[in-house]
Design a protein around this ligand. Sequence first.
Ligand code: SF4
Length: 387
Amino acid sequence: KYFTYQHLAMSRGCPGKCTFCGSPKFWKTSNVRSHSPEWFADEIESLVKSGITHFYISDDTFTMDKQRVIEFCTLIIKRKLDITWNAISRVDVIDKDILFAMRKAGCIQISFGVESGSEKIRKTLGKPIKREKIIAAFSLTASYGILPRAYFIYGSPGETMKTIQESCDLLIAIKPLSAVFYLLVIFPGTHLYQSVVNKHLVTDNIWYQKIEDLPWFEVDEHLDFNKVKAFGDQLRSEFYTNLDTFAQDLDLVDIKDLYPFHADFLYRLAMTFSHGEYGGDTRIKNQNETARQLYDKALSYGPDARAFLGLAMLHQKQRQFDKAILILKKGLEHWSENKDLNICMGVSLMNTGRFKTALSFFEKFRKNPETTQYINICHQNLSRTLP
Ligand code: SF4
């Protein structure tokens, strides 16, 4: 709704051996084939010229080849392409250098497959990564101002309330700022699917039936719908009830070069809590307070116009117009010609009955259709108060 975006990939394939994943079968190989950084940067540049500003980079594991990714990021930075993008990766193939380069090149989110908090289940799912490594990767990613997003899977072989509790514990330890919880479904071509075919629990004929997918619990005598539903509910509840503290606990690296990026990251996250997806979600606690802290923190890294605006809008939302006016005054000291700050100031002043002063802010943008109604309201109110 707010920007134009495009899905792209620099590489195809993944050398991982996750037992639920169809990637090797889909690409018919576990080898990774990749475009060159130049080719990929050219592709992005041509899309930028046609007005695209955000990219979903959907490589299975974008950071698999560190050098290639850093070269790509360097090209994006050199060409001054003003873009944002998301990527998908694994916790065992990121480090400080790559995160620094990615952040400076516009990366705002990395999704990692955590899968489970149970070491045993991670092993069964073919991702035997140590707990400490997962925690470190999430903390490092967030510290570079990139939103770490977690994919969890539940309803896996061996899943019980105890293993779900382990997933909840890991969730609390990694503090993801976004999370997706998938019920395990098995697809042809995956190791797990083949294992149930080998046990004669299903045959390929199942796909002639009117089914959308095959959840693991349907072939596992230890699981059933009610159990896995409870697993999913437990995980989601743990995430949403703790999300405010995850955001409030953010600890960013102190690298001067990244200050404007930190301000941008914190402003975006604050906006999600105050006016975006998290703002309207009743499962999340303390949205406004979390947003306020994040906006304040964003402004501690520099005078970001959007952070001033977001904070003022938050006060407006709470009908604290005088507080909004104070924030906007500070913002306008840095960005006197910023349309949104001026209009927001006008609206706050209108709400405190100061129509004449409000008018002076709207008049600067009188050609803008957005201000017409406000200008009319001001004139109507002023004419009423004239003797
Ligand atoms: S789940 Fe991710 S890491 Fe595992 S094989 Fe598939 S693409 Fe690779």
